[in-house]
Design a protein around this ligand. Structure first.
Ligand code: P6P
Length: 280
């Protein structure tokens, strides 16, 4: 696992450099989710693929930017799913973006996720690694990731990050979100999953939601690359992650690019979501 974290750290430093200096134009390609790929998306994907290809314990990788999983070593143990540069379209308006990694033991299944990691490329580069029940924060300083602290969520928070297009929300979802705001929650939503969730984790709690809606019944965020890694991080930090009904890590993934509605948050906020969705 140490070699995997070191490969992620090397990737993060290279991706940060690419963000700072490279062309942010669009390619002629689309990814499996039908999103036109930025040159940076492709560049970041290739950087991570190259760095992980040197780690003998990695069996297979799956990327948001690749149609199918890629075998790296038959003798490897770990299956790594990653979103190389989530929210990449925010780079051209100079907002924070991130890389997300899920490390699975032997197969791409929620119940086999054993470690998660994300990197935030913002005013500073920070890395969060969740493994063995602990969520640890690191800060990039002079080319090295220095340990800062463990992350813990409070039982209840103050931040609301409501994703999706409001006109397509279910009425009961809109009423629930409105009820949080009328009780004093603060709106914090950039459209970048990594910085939006990072803020909730570091500010002690709240709720990030990307629900199923009439335009996207199964939500937008991908199970293996985005939702499951953050679900583990929130659970290890003392919070919860559900799809509205069940724990997201208990879901069965049929295809590598499957999405799911998702709610990440402190225990109190998730109990409100479970109550509302349980009644509708
Ligand atoms: P919306 C970025 O494109 C992304 O995949 C996530 O980073 C983010 O949480 C979500 O989409 C934002 O989607 O529909 O609210 O713009």
């Amino acid at each position: 696992m140490k070699q995997i974290l070191e490969a992620i750290e090397r990737s993060a430093i290279r991706i940060k450099h690419a963000i700072d200096v490279k062309d942010i134009g669009y390619s002629q390609e689309q990814n499996s989710s039908g999103e036109t790929q930025l040159q940076l998306d492709i560049q970041s994907d290739l950087i991570i693929e190259e760095e992980l290809s040197h780690v003998k314990s990695v069996h297979t990788i799956a990327s948001e930017e690749k149609e199918l999983p890629m075998l790296l070593s038959e003798t490897g143990q770990y299956f790594i799913a990653f979103d190389p540069l989530d929210g990449s379209s925010l780079v051209d308006v100079n907002l924070s973006v991130g890389s997300i990694f899920g490390i699975y033991d032997g197969e791409f299944v929620g119940s086999k996720l054993i470690a998660s990691c994300y990197v935030v490329y913002g005013p500073r580069v920070e890395l969060v690694f969740a493994y063995n029940g602990k969520v640890k924060l690191y800060l990039l300083q002079e080319g090295e990731f220095e340990y800062v602290k463990e992350i813990h969520l409070n039982e209840k928070g103050k931040i609301m990050a409501p994703g999706g297009t409001q006109q397509f929300w279910a009425p009961y979802h809109k009423a629930m979100i409105d009820s949080f705001f009328t009780t004093g929650y603060r709106l914090r939503y950039s459209g970048g999953m990594v910085p939006d969730l990072h803020q909730i984790l570091l500010k002690g709690g709240g709720l990030f939601s990307y629900p199923g809606a009439t335009d996207k019944p199964e939500g937008k965020l991908r199970q293996l690359f985005e939702v499951f890694p953050f679900a583990m991080i929130f659970e290890m930090a003392g919070g919860k992650a559900i799809d509205g009904k069940i724990r997201v890590l208990d879901k069965v993934t049929a295809h590598v690019h499957d999405t799911t509605p998702c709610f990440f948050g402190s225990k109190h906020e998730i109990s409100v979501v479970a109550d509302v969705y349980g009644r509708n």
